[in-house]
Ligand binder design. Structure first.
Ligand code: ADP
Ligand code: F6P
Length: 324
């Protein structure tokens, strides 16, 4: 059993995600409720190396639960990928009395937490990414808000596509993962959903599908394209040339990462923040929090990083069969 943690640090790292503030708030207040001191670290591992560290009290997180983004700011920091940077980070934690650290971010951020754990700082990761691409958990902070934001935007594009009888390609975020595309595609009734995990790069199949749908009486056509496939603008040009149907591309971009978190993101993030503090209070380190089959769980970071995740065949099959 590791030494008792009296002071808990918290940082957000990688891309921001709506709901991160609810997690920060939960960490701060659960820790204080357990008699711990809390230190907030600004701008991820970069801020740690720059010693941008300050005390956090319960009132510092007032009026934040409903806000998008992260009040601690976030950053990417290549220096932290080096052993030297990690040793320096651990020394800075020790200098500030931080024995336990909660890291909210994705897989990359977990690797930083894993490195700090090896340097003697107790670390717990919380999954914070709109991409849902963390294998050890069914839920990641921000996904629910992002898909609802994207869905509402796609509904608007559907209106104008329908009026003009056009084909629309809408590109959604997700890096190399297709979860945002799948959920948004199914929930907006898209005719085609292009996922990096499943896409065969067969554009002729899409073109044939558009032409066949016109013959079946469909007057417009929505294609949800995942960022991991990309090239939506050039794809639109080629589809228009091949089908003779006006085709437009819209890349939704960063609007998907902002905005007030949904109830689910606030609730789950609150639970995960509290769970992470409880793990630190039990002397745990090198763990990540997750939600699996409706239960709160935690895994060793090494084990979590080795897990694989894929789009379930059943869900992909349903998406195909509902777009006939
Ligand atoms: P995410 O956490 O969303 O996956 P990144 O992959 O960009 O985002 O990682 C966020 C940050 O985590 C990086 O900028 C870096 O500071 C840290 N990080 C990423 N990979 C490693 C690694 N192998 N070792 C230590 N730190 C890492
Ligand atoms: O991981 C979240 C995410 O928004 C991805 O969907 C996207 O590929 C990436 O971050 C964009 O990162 P950046 O903010 O560095 O452009």
């Amino acid at each position: 059993m590791a030494n008792e943690v009296k002071t808990i640090g918290i940082l957000t790292s990688g891309g921001d995600a709506p709901g991160m503030n609810a997690a920060i708030r939960a960490v701060v207040r659960r820790a204080i409720a357990n008699g711990k001191k809390v230190k907030g670290i600004q701008k991820g591992y970069q801020g740690l190396l720059n010693e941008e560290i300050s005390d956090m009290e319960a009132r510092n997180v007032s009026d934040t639960i409903q806000r998008g983004g992260t009040v601690l700011r976030t950053a990417r920091c290549d220096e932290f990928k080096t052993l030297e940077g990690q040793k320096q980070g651990a020394e800075i934690c020790k200098k500030h009395g931080i024995e336990g650290l909660v890291v909210i971010g994705g897989d990359g951020s977990y690797r930083g937490a894993q490195a700090l754990s090896k340097q003697g700082i107790n670390t717990i990761g919380i999954p914070g990414t709109i991409d849902l691409d963390i294998a050890c958990t069914d839920y990641t902070i921000g996904f629910d808000t992002a898909i609802n934001t994207a869905m509402q935007a796609i509904d608007k594009i559907r209106d104008t596509s329908s009026s003009h009888e056009r084909c629309s390609i809408i590109e959604v975020m997700g890096r190399n993962a297709g979860y945002i595309a799948l959920w948004c595609g199914v929930s907006t009734g898209a005719e085609d959903i292009l996922l990096p995990e499943k896409y065969q790069y067969n554009e002729q199949e899409i073109i044939d599908n558009i032409i066949a749908n016109r013959k079946k009486g469909k007057t417009f056509h929505l294609i949800i394209n995942a960022e991991g496939i990309g090239h939506s603008t050039s794809m639109a040009r080629r589809i228009e040339a091949a089908t003779g149907i006006e085709t437009r591309a819209t890349i939704l971009g960063y609007m998907q990462r902002g905005g007030s978190p949904t109830c689910k993101d606030r609730y789950y993030a609150s639970m995960m923040g509290a769970y992470a503090v409880d793990l630190l209070c039990q002397g745990k380190t090198n763990r990540v929090v997750g939600q699996k089959n409706g239960k709160w769980v935690d895994f060793d970071i090494d084990e979590a990083l080795a897990m694989q995740k894929d789009i379930p065949d059943f869900e992909y099959g349903v998406s195909r069969s509902l777009s006939i």
